[in-house]
Design a binder for this molecule. Sequence first.
Ligand code: GYE
Length: 317
Amino acid sequence: MPTVETVVTETINISSLYPSHMNEDIVMGFSQLGSESDWRLANTASIVESAKEAGITLLLENAEQSQQAQFSAIRSFIEKQVDVIAIAPVVQTGWENILQEIKEAGIPVVIIDRSVNVEDTSLYVTFIGSDFYEEGIKAGKYALDKMRNKPGGIRIAELEGTVGSTPSIDRGRGFRDVIQERDDMEIIMSQPADFTIEGGKKVMEQFLQEAGEQPPQLLFAHNDDMAIGAIQAIEEFGLEPGKDIIIISVDGTRQAFEMMIEGKINAVIECNPLQGSLLMQAAREIMGGRTLPKRIIPPEDIFTQEYAHLEIDHRKY
Ligand code: GYE
């Protein structure tokens, strides 16, 4: 079990809501949102493996970025009368009705990875996922530090993730809240690139063409895959990633570490996809009628190019 930092904002007594399944086999329906990035593949693999290890039967449906497909998967889980439903929500809005349907069926819900924007937080038991705002803050602090000796008029480009997704919204917010400290630092271009390599490459090509003689000096990519795509575009454009353009990304995949060692990415903010064991543990707790914190946050770090070589062999994804 990785150590976790739990923030208890509100707890509920689960035993009064759901009958105890202590000694029975647990069936979990899991609606995964897609397979857009290395982070996501590691997340899915972690959940599949941990279910096996925990002896929990996992019904997994991958929605490939469609909220509607998530709704269908969830309805199929309700029909099958699974014991617990886990949802990694593609976007944060629009969940009230389906969560209400699950509640009426008497099935507990765990939200994992990205969060949902619902007023009635009793619609789910717990949310296991990273603090994306904090990740944005870390990225902003690194940007300030890296550029501290550079004269003003610093041009920043931003590759955002999926529109409406919690990590994209909160990483962008955290980053802005920090860099506003210097009013000569400006995000001159910002666009969604779907958390994919192809998206990152395409949007970065556009950025470089639009910017012409005045390319951005710093790129904040909301994940490693988009940074990797952007690096291809930057090199094809004849500039040096990591030098002509400082690059900060989020996740901490093995490939991003390789790029850091090559000097093409300057810093990576860690976002941990290995959430499977936490999810299975939560399922067992719920079925055992125990109380869980409303929010479970895995611990996360920041890695810079200077130390990437020391860490790379420890990366698990
Ligand atoms: O950073 C990105 C993925 O929701 C935290 O989604 C996750 C993000 C992750 O596609 O690579």
